[in-house]
Ligand binder design. Structure first.
Ligand code: FES
Length: 103
């Protein structure tokens, strides 16, 4: 069963923004897409780059290093040079708190 860890507050993550959080040595990128919260691994599956620093385009994030697109909702790589997906994490909102499910 997953346990949920508080990682941010709603105020930290306005709509249309992203935020990198470190939880138990994992870097995780949080996104707010029009009030819906998502979490994926922050490190691109292609090389060393922080997806939370990428441009958000609709439901995609564009890797700031080589431009691969990832679906923020599913973690799927949508364009080369990345082909492997990134991990996704369940997000729960409780009041003003944003929580992440960890293994
Ligand atoms: S590091 Fe992300 S596409 Fe290359």
């Amino acid at each position: 069963m997953s346990r949920f860890v508080q990682v941010a507050t709603k105020a930290d993550l306005p709509p249309g923004t992203s935020l990198c959080v470190t939880v138990e040595d994992k870097k995780i990128a949080l996104f707010n897409l029009d009030g819906a919260y998502y979490a994926i691994d922050d490190t691109c599956s292609h090389a060393e780059a922080s997806l939370s620093e990428g441009e958000i385009d609709g439901h995609c994030v564009i890797c700031p290093r080589h431009g691969a697109r990832f679906d923020i909702r599913t973690g799927q790589a949508l364009s080369l040079p990345a082909w492997a997906p990134v991990e996704t994490y369940e997000v729960r909102v409780e009041g003003e708190q944003i929580l992440l499910a960890l293994g």
